[in-house]
Write a protein that binds this ligand. Structure first.
Ligand code: SF4
Ligand code: ZN
Length: 303
């Protein structure tokens, strides 16, 4: 098979674009898709400071690589959750990437923030649902650090597979509120920083190929808590459908983006005010993260 652009030997075939490409043209294709998402949704400009949430997986590291290649100012934020081998390897690959690419990395070690408790220990001691508490803690530190260090925007490595699986889950459960705000760029609001997803036009497979071609080493271990995530089931179902109906996933997601306005604006039935303990925006008196710290006996309710 020949590359559709330069006619050299093709190394990749992208079924849903019906496109064969050589290595060099695939990398260009990938970077163009990232740039297109950034421009389509006015995610950020060249002068903006981007805080990129890096987990050590292929998505966030490939996004970091692509943003640097495109000339953006992206600094990584890694949250070390303390999940045995998984977090150790994640930390190693993230640090290696930042060193190799001579770019800055901010690391938050959960143990240092939660009196020596890792995520598994927090889960065990507070009887919390792992991914729920993990998401809450991560969002908290992304926003806190972005505000404290004056970043313009927070970027995450969510890809087309993630977003279409999330969409399927929201449609099946008619989560209108989530559908109304499932946008690739969420504006700065209520004290929370702007959040963007520049990989929404790329599939997991395309990202894995980009990582391979650019020798990006990433953590291939699965988080031991991930098996319980419902989103895996939706992702797998879409993958199965895609095998019979090529391009279905991107059509599904792009169709949603075109029609997303029909879900209207989210009418908030709550107001946010600063947490009494740490100042983070919350609809209650005390934010979720301070509540975890209270449950662990690290801080007192009244301050
Ligand atoms: Fe956190 Fe769940 Fe992801 Fe593990 S799978 S890193 S617990 S959100
Ligand atoms: Zn708080």
């Amino acid at each position: 098979m020949r590359c559709a652009i330069c006619k050299k030997k093709a190394e990749v075939y992208l079924p849903h674009h019906n496109l064969a490409l050589c290595r060099e043209d695939f990398i260009n294709f990938f970077l163009k898709r990232v740039k297109k998402a950034i421009d389509d949704f006015n995610m950020f400009e060249k002068e903006d400071r981007i805080l990129l949430a890096v987990s050590g997986g292929k998505d966030s590291l490939s996004l970091w690589h692509a943003l640097l290649k495109l000339g953006y100012n992206a600094i990584g934020l890694f949250i070390d959750l303390g999940i045995d081998k998984f977090s150790k390897l994640a930390r190693e690959v993230v640090e290696k990437f930042s060193k190799k690419n001579k770019t800055n990395l901010i690391t938050v070690k959960l143990e240092n923030e939660f009196g020596g408790n890792t995520l598994p220990q927090i889960v065990e001691r507070t009887k919390a649902i792992p991914c729920k508490v993990c998401g809450k803690i991560k969002r908290y530190y992304f926003d806190r650090i972005a505000s404290k260090e004056n970043f313009d925007v927070i970027a995450t490595g969510h890809n087309l597979d993630d977003e279409s699986a999330f969409l399927l889950g929201n449609v099946l459960n008619w989560n209108i509120e989530y559908l109304a705000k499932q946008l690739p760029a969420l504006p700065e609001e209520d004290g929370f920083k702007k959040k963007v997803k520049p990989l929404i036009y790329l599939t997991e497979r395309e990202i894995a190929i980009y990582a391979f071609f650019n020798e990006i080493y990433y953590n291939e271990l699965n988080c031991p808590f991930s098996k319980k995530a419902k989103s895996h089931f939706y992702k797998e179902s879409l993958h199965q459908m895609e095998l019979s109906f090529k391009g279905l996933r991107i059509k599904f997601f792009k169709g949603f983006l075109r029609n997303q306005k029909i879900f209207g604006k989210v009418e908030k039935n709550y107001s946010l005010s600063p947490c009494k303990i740490c100042g983070y925006p919350t609809s209650k008196e005390i934010c979720g993260v301070c509540k975890i710290k209270i449950n662990l006996g690290l801080i007192e309710r009244e301050k």
